[in-house]
Every structure is written in C-alpha cells, then in structure tokens.
Design a protein around this ligand. Structure first.
Ligand code: T3D
Length: 269
C-alpha cells in the first residue's frame, strides 16, 4: 500500500506503521488520520500479522494534532463559537477511534518513541502495549500550553501509570518528561540508548511475531479490566480466559514443546 503521510508494511509477521511527516514532527492532519485508518483496516484483515510496531520518521515521534490543519482564529479576542473548530468532533472522529482500535487490536502493539512525543502524540504512544523510548526522546503534555486537556486517553493513561500527583504535575505544568525519567516513573516499559532503539524494538517485535498471540491479547484485556474489577470479578475473568486458552492450539503446543524440550511453534490461535 502506498501512502503520503505514513508508511505501512508487513514482513515476517511484523507490521510496521511509521508516521511520516518529519518536517512537522509527524503531527496529525486529517489526511494522516485517514491513512492510519486505512492501514489499521488492512492490518486487521491480515492474518499473517502478529504484532504492530508504531514509530515516527525523523527526529520526533509525534507532536499531536497539526495545529496548522484547521482554521483556528489567530485573533483570540475575535474567536466566536460560530467560527471555532469543533474539537469534540475531531476527537470523536479521529483520536477516540484510534485509541480504541489500538487497544482492541488482536495482536500486541509496540511503540518506538524515537524523539519528542507531544500532545496526542504522547497519548498515542501510551495507547500501545509496550513503549520503548530512545534516551533523547521526551514526553510532553503540551495541551496545557494551548488551553486544552490531555486527550487521546491522556487523562486515563497518566494517573494509572504514574499516579495522580505526577500525572497532575505533568498535565498542569506541561514540562517535558525525559525518556529516562518516564521509564523510572513506570510511564513506559524501557528507555534505551538512541542507537539501540531499533534493535531493541526489533527484538521485542520478533519475539511477539512468534508468540501465542491470543494469550497476549487476553492478558492485555485482563490487565485493563482489573482497573474496574474487584478481586472476585477479576478471578472470574481469569477463569473464563484460562478455560478458553486451555482449548487453544498454542497452549497444546506450548506444553508439548516444553515436554519435548524443543522451541514451540505458536500459530497465534
Ligand atoms: O483536533 C484537535 O485539535 C483535537 C485534538 C488535539 C490533540 C492535540 O494533540 S493538541 C496538542 C497539539 N500539539 C502541540 O501543542 C505540540 C506543539 N509542538 C511543540 O510544542 C513543539 O514543536 C515540540 C515541543 C513538540 C518540539 O519542539 P522543538 O523545538 O523540538 O521543534 P519545533 O521547532 O517546535 O518544531 C519543528 C517544526 O514542526 C516547526 O516547524 P518550522 O518552524 O520548522 O516550520 C513546528 O512549527 C512544527 N510543529 C511541531 N509541532 C507541530 C508543528 N506544526 C504543526 N502542529 C504541531 N503540533
């Protein structure tokens, strides 16, 4: 598939989606949203894909919404309700479905944060299952600087990952959080040297491409459900998922491979 604002392809079970507007730090235009939607539709239909790797081209990961891509009146005092863009409509059409699609994908997602992740770009990274950032990367809740709130799931991901005090500080102060500190705070999985980012992400992607995919996806679902469940409800959920997975090919293969002391050949089902 050919695109103008992203690149997308699948090889050896690994789907790679690269945000590709480096001159604008890969910020989102309507056109980019549309192309990401098309790529995710292709991914969902591709039985060979077992993991999605999301990254950005150039020196940044993603600077959120492209602030040039719509008419925001430059004269603040002159902005009226009639001329103001409907950001709620933008969220409903673009950012909300994007997060939900990533979170419900039938395969694990890995985000390689190569540079600054700001605004919706920071939230987008956090919507992935595993986030690995280069040491020179950073996370910026830029919203507070332009009169908005952390969207794209920011107000949900941040307090859950780093606790309310740090989430509040990040959102209200809108200071860049260096990748190393993001990892130390538990916002992301790991921070690695810049020149080790792609090798680290490739290693994780290769592991996932050969993994028992359904079990990983059920793990994600169970972890997420725990936020709202009491212990008994969560134990019931675990029971139901174990029942389902116990009947799967990959469980049989995993046990057989263990007994035979050989590497398992998982099919992802
Ligand atoms: O639809 C809706 O609006 C609702 C949803 C909103 C979700 C959102 O994401 S709102 C938040 C939008 N994002 C921001 O506010 C971040 C704006 N960008 C920045 O604060 C800074 O660019 C960064 C901290 C991310 C990086 O700073 P720095 O110094 O490394 O780079 P820079 O020079 O600012 O940016 C490089 C170029 O990218 C520059 O263009 P130029 O001067 O070289 O022609 C800059 O204007 C452009 N750029 C960066 N971010 C955006 C952008 N252009 C348009 N929109 C951007 N978001």
């Amino acid at each position: 598939m050919t695109f103008e604002t992203i690149t997308y392809g699948v090889e050896a079970g690994i789907a790679r989606l690269v945000l590709n507007r480096p001159e604008r730090l890969n910020s989102f235009t309507d056109a980019m949203h549309e192309e990401v939607r098309q790529a995710l539709t292709a991914l969902e239909a591709d039985a060979t894909a077992r993991v999605l790797v999301l990254s950005g081209a150039g020196r940044g990961f993603c600077a959120g919404q492209d602030l040039n891509d719509r008419s925001v009146a430059s004269d603040a005092s002159g902005t009226s309700d009639a001329t103001a863009p409907d950001l709620g409509a933008s969220v409903e059409k673009n950012y909300k479905p994007l997060v939900l699609r990533l979170q419900n994908l039938r395969m694990p997602t890995v985000c390689a944060v190569n540079g600054v992740a700001a605004g919706a770009g920071a939230s987008l990274a956090l919507a992935c299952d595993i986030v690995v950032a280069a040491k020179s990367a950073s996370f910026l809740q830029a919203f507070g600087k332009i009169g908005l709130i952390p969207d794209t799931g920011g107000t949900w991901f941040l307090p859950q990952r780093v606790g309310m005090a740090r989430a509040m500080g990040l959102a209200l102060l809108a200071e860049k959080l260096p990748a190393e500190q993001a990892a130390a705070w538990g916002l992301i999985w790991a921070c690695v040297e810049d020149d080790a980012l792609s090798a680290t992400v490739d290693r994780i992607a290769a592991q996932f491409a050969a993994a028992p995919t359904k079990a990983l996806v059920r793990t994600r679902q169970a972890m997420r459900a725990s936020v709202n469940n009491d212990l008994e409800t969560q134990l019931d959920l675990e029971r139901d998922m174990m029942r389902e997975l116990g009947r799967s090919h990959d469980y049989r293969e995993g046990v057989a491979a263990f007994m035979a002391k050989r590497a398992p050949q998982f099919k992802g089902e």
